[in-house]
Design a protein around this ligand. Structure first.
Ligand code: CO
Length: 208
């Protein structure tokens, strides 16, 4: 059996380094978390939320899945959003995609990847909703990158239509949903400027 002793060694070094800088860091953090941000990003190992936001433990509540999707029936993601909004009272929800996303690329090619094909089917829906824009582009990489952006915009709409956000905004909670894309090549985040602090931005039907 292969061991992961090197990970325990890394962990010890990391914890010691932080404790040297701030001896009370872990004690203070263990008593409560009060992050202002919920990050919904891709599982891709190259897009670590805390690291690229230059934030310490305790500063960002994180949910990640393949191709940063917010599916209306995904109880995992919906529970994270509900807890972040209703209990932690985050002020911002950030959906962050990344250019060159493998999940988006897989949704665009004709190969089968097994179970995950079902998960990626939602990305194919985003393609279908935006077929006119997508079909104007022929370069495969550009098509993936455009769909990365369109997917983020779709997820901002999905979040804005969750019961959690609809009810939070109805009771006057000040919470803004943002759509971002991360560039693996230079480490820079791009704001897609689709921020929403009211359901009317992504209104689909009348609820209450
Ligand atoms: Co990805």
């Amino acid at each position: 059996m292969k061991t992961i002793q090197h990970l325990f060694d890394n962990n010890k070094q990391w914890a010691e380094k932080i404790s040297q800088e701030d001896p009370n860091f872990f004690q203070n953090l263990s008593e409560q978390q009060s992050p202002k941000y919920l990050w919904i990003g891709c599982s891709d190992s190259r897009v670590p939320a805390n690291a690229l936001l230059n934030m310490d433990p305790g500063e960002v509540f994180v949910h990640r899945n393949i191709a940063n999707q917010v599916i209306h029936t995904d109880l995992n993601c919906l529970s994270v959003i509900q807890y972040a909004v209703d209990v932690l009272k985050v002020e911002h929800i950030i959906v962050c995609g990344h250019y060159g996303c493998g999940g988006i690329g897989a949704a665009l090619d004709d190969k089968s990847y097994g179970l995950i094909d079902n998960w990626l089917r939602h990305i194919e829906d985003v393609y279908r909703f935006n077929k006119d824009k997508m079909d104007k582009i022929t370069d495969p990489k550009e098509r993936i990158n455009l769909l990365c952006e369109l997917n983020v915009i779709e997820q901002v709409a999905n979040i804005s239509n969750t019961m959690t956000l609809v009810n939070a905004w109805k009771r006057g909670q000040d919470i803004t949903v943002h759509g971002l894309v991360y560039n693996l090549q230079d480490g820079i985040l791009k704001d897609l400027e689709v921020s929403s602090n009211d359901r009317k931005h992504y209104f689909t039907k009348s609820i209450g």
